[in-house]
Design a protein around this ligand. Structure first.
Ligand SMILES: Cc1ncc(COP(=O)(O)O)c(C=O)c1O
Length: 375
C-alpha cells in the first residue's frame, strides 16, 4: 500500500472556482463573501453572530479582550490542548490556571474547577477536545456561581453537541479554527460565535485595529471618515479565505458522516486489541469526530509512532500537556506530577489518520500495522 497521509483536505473544484472568482474581483479583503460565510456559520451553530477572523488563536485572544480580562487576572483552562489555548491567556497578560482532565474523555474535569477558583479568577476556557464537548451544563453552573466568563475553544468541534447544547450556546463566545487539518479549512482561519450583540460589535472592531468602519463600509458607501475609539488587532478574515469555506460548510454534515463511519470502523477493530485503549464518546451527544486517538503503553509510544511512519502512515501526538512544554515549565515552574491524568494521556496518545478521503481498506491496513508495530 502507498503511504497514507495524516490528513487530506476536502477543498473541491467548485470551492477553487469560487476562490478564483474572488481573485478576479476587486474586493479581496473582508467583504460580502466573509459576510455570507458569517451568516451561514451562525445558522449552522444556531448562534446570533459570527465574527470571521484569521485564526482560532486570534479568536481566543479577542474573546478574552472582549470580556475585559487582562493583567492580574486568572483564567482556568485545561493542560490537554494545543498551546494556543493557554498562549492566548498569556497574550492578554493574564495567568493560565490549569485543571486536570477526565480519564475517559480528556476534557477538563468540571468537578475539579471549583478548587482552582480564587479571587483573581475571571474566566474559564473550555476546550472540546478532539471534537467531544465538555460538560457545558456543569461548567455553566460553576461560572454562574462565581460570576465567570466562559470562552469555548471549539477548534475541534463545529459539528458537535451535548445534552442539546452546541458550542457557543452556554459560553459567552466560542472560538473555531479553519487551520489546514481542521474539519473545514482555508489553510488558516478562524471564527468567533456569540449570542451577545454588543460583544459582536466590539469584536468586529477589535479584529480591525479598533477602527469603527471596516474597509467595505468605507469604500462601498459614500466616503465617511473612520475613527479608532479603542485599540484592537489586525485579525480580520478576508474574502479569499471565506470563499474556500462557504462550500465546505454546505457539505459539513456529509463530511462528518464519512468520518463517523471511519471512526466506528476504527473502534470496532480496536475493541478487541489488548494494550490499546480508546477514549469514550459520552451519551446524549454528537462527537465532531475531529481526531481519532489511541492510548498505548507509554514506554512503547514513540517506537509505535516511528514504526507507523516507517510503514508510510502519517501520525501525530495531540497533545503533550501544555504545562510540561519548556516555556511553561521555565516560566511557571511546573513539574511532572502536577496534572497526572493529562500527563498520562500525553505519554500514551497517538493520533491516526481520519478524513473523508481515507478509505475503509486504509483503516483496516492502519489497524493491522498498529497491531504489528505494537508487537
Ligand atoms: C484545541 C486548539 N485550540 C486552538 C488552536 C489554534 O488554532 P489556529 O491554528 O487556528 O490558531 C488549535 C489548532 O490546532 C487547536 O487544536
Amino acid at each position: 500500500m502507498e503511504s497514507i497521509q495524516f490528513f487530506r483536505h476536502n477543498i473541491d473544484a467548485a470551492d477553487i472556482e469560487r476562490t478564483i472568482s474572488v481573485l478576479h474581483s476587486v474586493f479581496l479583503t473582508t467583504g460580502s463573501i466573509v459576510a455570507e460565510f458569517e451568516k451561514e456559520f451562525s445558522f449552522y451553530l444556531k448562534s446570533q453572530e459570527t465574527i470571521g477572523v484569521s485564526s482560532c488563536t486570534a479568536a481566543l485572544h479577542l474573546s478574552l479582550l472582549a470580556c475585559g480580562i487582562g493583567p492580574g487576572d486568572e483564567v482556568i483552562t485545561t493542560p490537554m490542548s494545543f498551546c494556543a489555548t493557554a498562549n492566548s491567556i498569556l497574550h492578554i497578560g493574564a495567568v493560565p490556571v490549569f485543571v486536570d482532565v477526565e480519564k475517559e474523555t480528556g476534557n477538563i474535569n468540571a468537578d475539579l474547577i471549583d478548587l482552582a477558583i480564587t479571587d483573581k479568577t475571571k474566566a474559564i476556557i473550555a476546550v472540546h477536545l478532539y471534537g467531544q464537548m465538555c460538560d457545558m451544563h456543569k461548567i455553566h453552573k460553576i461560572a454562574q456561581k462565581h460570576n465567570l466568563f466562559i470562552i469555548e475553544d471549539a477548534a475541534h468541534c463545529i459539528e458537535g453537541h451535548r445534552d442539546n447544547i452546541k458550542p457557543g450556546q452556554l459560553g459567552h463566545t466560542a472560538c473555531f479554527s479553519f487551520y489546514a487539518t481542521k474539519n473545514i479549512t482555508s489553510g488558516e482561519g478562524g471564527a468567533i460565535v456569540t449570542n451577545d450583540k454588543k460583544k459582536a460589535e466590539l469584536l468586529k472592531m477589535l479584529r480591525n485595529h479598533g477602527i469603527d468602519k471596516a474597509a467595505a463600509d468605507r469604500y462601498t458607501k459614500r466616503y465617511s471618515h473612520w475613527d479608532m475609539p479603542i485599540l484592537g488587532w489586525k485579525y480580520n478574515m478576508d474574502n479569499i479565505h471565506a470563499s474556500l469555506l462557504t462550500g465546505q460548510l454546505k457539505r459539513i454534515d456529509l463530511l462528518w458522516e464519512r468520518r463517523n463511519h471511519l471512526w466506528n470502523l476504527y473502534e470496532d477493530h480496536f475493541k478487541s486489541l489488548k494494550g490499546i485503549d480508546v477514549l469514550k464518546t459520552v451519551s446524549n451527544s454528537k462527537h465532531a469526530r475531529h481526531l481519532f486517538t489511541i492510548l498505548v503503553n507509554p514506554k512503547k509510544r514513540d517506537h509505535i509512532l516511528w514504526g507507523l511512519q516507517e510503514k508510510g502512515i502519517g501520525v501525530a501526538v495531540n497533545y503533550r500537556p501544555i504545562h510540561l512544554l519548556q516555556y511553561y515549565k521555565e516560566t511557571f515552574g511546573y513539574e511532572r506530577g502536577a496534572f497526572p491524568v493529562a500527563e498520562d494521556i500525553g505519554d500514551r496518545t497517538i493520533s491516526l489518520p481520519l478524513y473523508p478521503k481515507l478509505t475503509d481498506k486504509e483503516v483496516t491496513y492502519i489497524v493491522g500495522m498498529v497491531q504489528n508495530v505494537v508487537k
